[in-house]
Design a protein around this ligand. Structure first.
Ligand code: SF4
Length: 65
């Protein structure tokens, strides 16, 4: 399980995260990423985190509730 957060003050709206992990990220009406689900099993979040050009995504391991 992963806990996801996006620092929207860093996000520049490239949409890389949404392209890689659309179940977790989407671009909001303001063009910046929003997290659709803060907790996920989606392995793609690690790649999305590494691929974000702004380093805006934080992925932490979370224990299953
Ligand atoms: S990849 Fe990073 S900069 Fe691009 S939309 Fe996602 S969080 Fe924002």
């Amino acid at each position: 399980m992963y806990r996801i957060s996006v620092d929207r003050s860093l996000c520049d709206g490239y949409g890389v995260c949404e392209a890689i992990a659309p179940d977790v990220f989407e671009l909001g009406d303001d063009g910046l990423a929003v997290v659709r689900t803060a907790l996920t099993e989606d392995e793609a979040v690690s790649e999305a985190c590494a691929s974000c050009p702004m380093g805006a995504i934080t992925v932490a391991r979370a224990e299953a509730a």
